[in-house]
Structure formats: structure tokens, C-alpha cells
Design a protein around this ligand. Structure first.
Ligand code: UD1
Ligand code: UDP
Length: 355
């Protein structure tokens, strides 16, 4: 049996190709949801839109401090793994769900497979960086998306035979859903937007939105963009960002803030945007795949491949640096190659889990 552990929005989206492959091959698998994300628009909507089976178990851990969340996940997952004794447990990405899921499994001598292994921002103040490093070093099979990730893993002493470069499952996910998204989502006309004539924004990272000066810097940068280009700036806001925006009472005049949207809608918004500004990992990859220029609202990125091919640029979090990067990316040529693989990562991962 394969145990698929997930808990947040990006994990549902990026695990979906693996889940679909297990369903297609009629494999014995079980899904464990930690409940780290639980709001309808951060969780259930993705199962519905992607037509995925519902997890057999949901730990309902909810929100909390890092230690609280991690501890609850460890206890809950251990109980289920002891009962089910899967041959392998799969985790995806860099959240608390990933680190705790991998740790619970390895302590029970259950093989761990880490999907999207080997990403590094080299910034250990980020919770995601700690989660990735821990998950990579306790995993038995490391599914690296690119050669860059394989190199980082080898540099940290991880044995070559554990690492498999399979591509990133986000390519599978985009390919599998873009056409459906075009047929089923009419979000542009619902929002009164014209293709190529708006900016799309996401920002939710704790290092940005939990810090007033940084969050205000981002919002002020977006206002400058709105003034200079006279195009709508659309910001589907993550619940964490919404909480801090209200707490800090940051003025957002001119920015169109909306609730988070479903994946089918978001794909449409991303592929038709003039440009995307984001601090999300997945969004940096998707814009690169979809051919939309991106400015990353961070001081570093664990997706250097996007910068190398020319789809993405670091804009940091100050109004002037955001504006400068935006001007440069507005002139981007486009036509870059997709460095994240051919869209068959899910099939490769499932094949390797069984061999
Ligand atoms: C988590 C991940 C982050 C990832 C992001 C994806 C960690 C440490 N962080 O951050 O790497 O990029 O998910 O979206 O694992 N909340 C809701 N409803 C929800 C979930 C959260 O309202 O369904 C609110 C709560 O106020 C909560 C806050 O958002 O306190 C933060 O949630 P949490 O799961 O701690 O971290 P994320 O910021 O979502
Ligand atoms: N996404 C979505 N609706 C939104 C914003 C984002 O479906 O309103 C999707 C997006 O397409 C991407 C994923 O959420 O696949 C990224 O998740 P997030 O930014 O929360 O996490 P990260 O990738 O930074 O870990």
C-alpha cells in the first residue's frame, strides 16, 4: 500500500497527478489529510475541481504554532500508519505536514518518498527551508524536479542512488487541468477583466505578511504599478495575509482584493495576466510553464530555474525594487523553455514507488 500524506492547498494540487495515476493503475493506496488547511477555498474546492477521491483519514489539526501543528500531525499520522502499515509514505513539498509526515513514517521504518526534493533557498529563517532539509535527509526516495535540485542534494551528501530526477508534478497538473479550466471557467468575464490587461498578485509567506514593513512595502509597490500602468491589480488573498492585512490596517486603495479562487479559475487568471507578482513557490513555476512573466516578491527563491530561463525576476519587497523588476519584466521577450519536465512526473513517481 502507498500512503499519500497531504494537508495544504499546494500539496493537493501537486499530489493530484500522483493520486490520479494510483487511481488509473487501480493501486492499493490511502490518503491521509492532516487538516493543516481546512477552509473550503483552501481545501475542499480542490478535491471537487480536480475530481479527486476524498482522503480516508483527516486529522483535523488546524492552525497553531509550529510546534503545536507539528506535534499534532506526528501523533495523528503515527496512529494511522501503525494501523495501515503502508509499504511507502509519500509527502510533497515543504510544509509542516511534509516534515511531520516524513518523520512519523521513518521512525516506524516505513519508507518515505519526498516529492519535490532538493529545493533550497539557503535561508534557514524560513520554516519551509527547515522542513525541506529535514524531509530530504530522512527520505529513502527523493523525487527531484530538476538537475539543479539533484546537485543540491548530492552536495549535502545524499547518496546518488536515492535521487531520481522526475520533473515537477506541477507540469502534469497544469497540463491536465488547463483545457478543463478554459472550458469551465469564465472568471475573466465574471471579474470584468480583459486578457493581457491586468496584474495578478499572491502574497502569503510568513516572512512577508507577518511583518508590517514588508507587507506594506509590497502593497505600496502594487499601488505604484496600478498608477503607472493603469491596469487592475487583482489579489486573491490567502487567509494568513488577510488576517495580517486587517491587523496592520494597511491601506489597499486601488488594489482589487478578492477571496482565494479555485485552481481552474486561478489557472485562467494566471495564463491571461499581463504579469504576475507573487511570493508563492507554485505560482513561480506555473507562470514559467504558462508563459506569463513573473516578479517574485522575495529576497531569494528556491526556484532558480525560472530566473535562469528568464520567466522570473526577484523584486524583493520594497516599492522601488518591485517597480524596477516590474518594468524589466514588462519588456521580457517570452518564449522561454519550461525547465520543470514533460508532465509525466506523476507516472514516474508511482512507477518508482512500486519498483
Ligand atoms: C502553509 C505553509 C507554507 C505554504 C502555505 C501554502 C508551513 C510552515 N507553511 O502556510 O509553506 O506556502 O501553507 O498555502 O507549513 N488559515 C485559514 N484557513 C485555512 C488555513 C489557514 O484561515 O484553511 C489561516 C489561519 O489563520 C492560520 C493561517 O492561515 O493561522 C496560517 O496557516 P498555516 O497552515 O499555519 O500556514 P500557511 O500560512 O497557510
Ligand atoms: N492557487 C489557487 N487559488 C488562489 C491562489 C493560488 O488555486 O487563489 C494555487 C496556485 O495555482 C498554485 C498553488 O495554489 O498551484 C500555490 O499555493 P500557495 O501559493 O498557497 O503555496 P506555495 O506554492 O507557496 O507553497
Amino acid at each position: 500500500m502507498i500512503a499519500i500524506i497531504l494537508g495544504t492547498r499546494p500539496e493537493i494540487i501537486k499530489m493530484s497527478p500522483v493520486i490520479r495515476e494510483c487511481v488509473r493503475r487501480k493501486l492499493d493506496f490511502t490518503m491521509i489529510h492532516t487538516g493543516q488547511h481546512y477552509s473550503y477555498e483552501m481545501d475542499e474546492t480542490f478535491f471537487q475541481q480536480l475530481e479527486l477521491p476524498r482522503p480516508e483519514n483527516n486529522l483535523d489539526v488546524g492552525s497553531g504554532t509550529h510546534a503545536e501543528q507539528t506535534a499534532k500531525i506526528l501523533r495523528g499520522i503515527e496512529r494511522i500508519l501503525v494501523e495501515k502499515r503502508p509499504k511507502i509514505a509519500l509527502v510533497q513539498g515543504d510544509t509542516n505536514t511534509v516534515m511531520a509526515g516524513a518523520l512519523a513514517a521513518t521512525k516506524l521504518h516505513i519508507k518515505v518518498g519526498h516529492v519535490e526534493a532538493g529545493l533550497r533557498s539557503f535561508d534557514r529563517s524560513m520554516p519551509e527551508e527547515i522542513n525541506r532539509i529535514v524531509a530530504d535527509h530522512i527520505s529513502d526516495i527523493l523525487f527531484a524536479p530538476t538537475e539543479v535540485s539533484r546537485r543540491y542534494l548530492l552536495q549535502e551528501g545524499i547518496p546518488l542512488e536515492r535521487i531520481h530526477v522526475v520533473g515537477n508534478t506541477i507540469v502534469d497538473s497544469v497540463h491536465q487541468n488547463l483545457e478543463i479550466s478554459t472550458k469551465r471557467s469564465d472568471i475573466l468575464s465574471e471579474m470584468g477583466l480583459n486578457a493581457g490587461e491586468y496584474f495578478l498578485v499572491t502574497a502569503h509567506r510568513s516572512e512577508n505578511v507577518d511583518v508590517k514593513e514588508r507587507f506594506k512595502g509590497i502593497i505600496d509597490g502594487l499601488k505604484l504599478i496600478n498608477d503607472e500602468y493603469e491596469m487592475p491589480v487583482i489579489y486573491p488573498i490567502h487567509p494568513r495575509a488577510k488576517k495580517f492585512l486587517e491587523l496592520f490596517r494597511i491601506d489597499t486603495t486601488g488594489i482589487h482584493i478578492v477571496p482565494p479562487v479555485g485552481f481552474l479559475q486561478f489557472l485562467q487568471l494566471e495564463s491571461s495576466a499581463r504579469m504576475v507578482l507573487t511570493d508563492s513557490g507554485g505560482v513561480q513555476e506555473e507562470t514559467c510553464i504558462l508563459g506569463t512573466p513573473c516578479v517574485t516578491l522575495r529576497d531569494n527563491t528556491e526556484r532558480p530555474e525560472t530566473i535562469d530561463v528568464g520567466s522570473n525576476m526577484l523584486g524583493h519587497v520594497r516599492p522601488d525594487t518591485i517597480m524596477k523588476a516590474t518594468r524589466m519584466m514588462m519588456d521580457a521577450e517570452g518564449g522561454w523553455e519550461n525547465p520543470f519536465g514533460d508532465g509525466r512526473a506523476g507516472a514516474r513517481i508511482v512507477h518508482l514507488c512500486r519498483s
